[in-house]
Ligand binder design. Sequence first.
Ligand SMILES: Nc1nc2c(ncn2[C@@H]2O[C@H](COP(=O)(O)OP(=O)(O)OP(=O)(O)O)[C@@H](O)[C@H]2O)c(=O)[nH]1
Ligand SMILES: [Mg+2]
Length: 309
Amino acid sequence: MKVGYVGLIGRPNVGKSTLLNNILGQKVAIISDKPQTTRISILGIKTTQKGQIIFVDNPGIHKPLHRLNKRMMNFVHSSLETSDLVNLLIDATQKFGHGDQFVIDTLKNISTPIILLINKVDIVKKENVLLIIDQYKDLLDFKEIIPISALKGTNIDVLEEKIYDFLPDAEKIYADDEISDQSQRFLLSEIIREKLLSHVRKELPFVTAVYIDMIEDRVKHKRSDASSPDSASVKEEKMKYIRASIFVERDTHRKIVIGKHAHLIKAIGTQARQEMEQILGMKVFLDLAVKVKAKWRDSPDVLDLIEGQ
Ligand SMILES: Nc1nc2c(ncn2[C@@H]2O[C@H](COP(=O)(O)OP(=O)(O)OP(=O)(O)O)[C@@H](O)[C@H]2O)c(=O)[nH]1
Ligand SMILES: [Mg+2]
């Protein structure tokens, strides 16, 4: 068996989490069109006849300003230390800039083999991909350069086959049916954050966090035949009651997230609830509150709370 860790590395928004979900055929990580969506490393485990690839989806590499961002970068560095192989993703639609140079510099001194993945080739011309290959090929000692579309799945099979060449012979670490290491509680909080991110702009994505206060099994009594007072026609339906808090940094943020006549918070709640119901296979009652926690991005207590879900 070939078994090992593959770190998904790159700038924010290049498509690391999209790639992870596509390879696993299941949503493990949330995705958004805003940078810095992923805040902690998440394992995604792919077990096949050949072995077990343990992907580590990481936050995007950026210069950290707050304690939150320093922690995000710590996840990146520890993933680089523990990976058998690094998959460096770049966004083919973006011009090479300071941020890209920062990523290259971060990877310069590591001895782990690196595969370069040029992502989003579904929306760029082939000539541009060739130019990117030319521009990147000598920046680091890439073992392979593969153009992919994480969204459409282009070349994902080629990548998976290649990865096995770089993994050591070992026993499987996880059971065949294990797909991720994250708790259900954390996934549920992330689903709320994903819906939130899809509705907000500017600084809001950066100043919001979600914490699940309570998950409780409840039973709903439903009268199946309204015309009959007979108690035998009362059905019991299992459901989950979930109470969650959305943290923001200022009261102005709170007002934006709630929206006029609470329309935004209602939309976020409805979308999150529907996805939770699919995951849990039962009805969900989702109770959302927006709370101001000044400077939470620099508060170790709040960061511990959120990471520890
Ligand atoms: N057209 C296209 N869009 C893509 C592709 N892969 C990802 N995207 C889009 O790029 C955006 C960012 O995707 P994510 O998977 O969240 O990116 P990420 O690298 O995990 O970002 P961070 O978590 O912020 O570091 C989303 O809007 C995705 O839909 C792709 O292959 N083609
Ligand atoms: Mg991500």
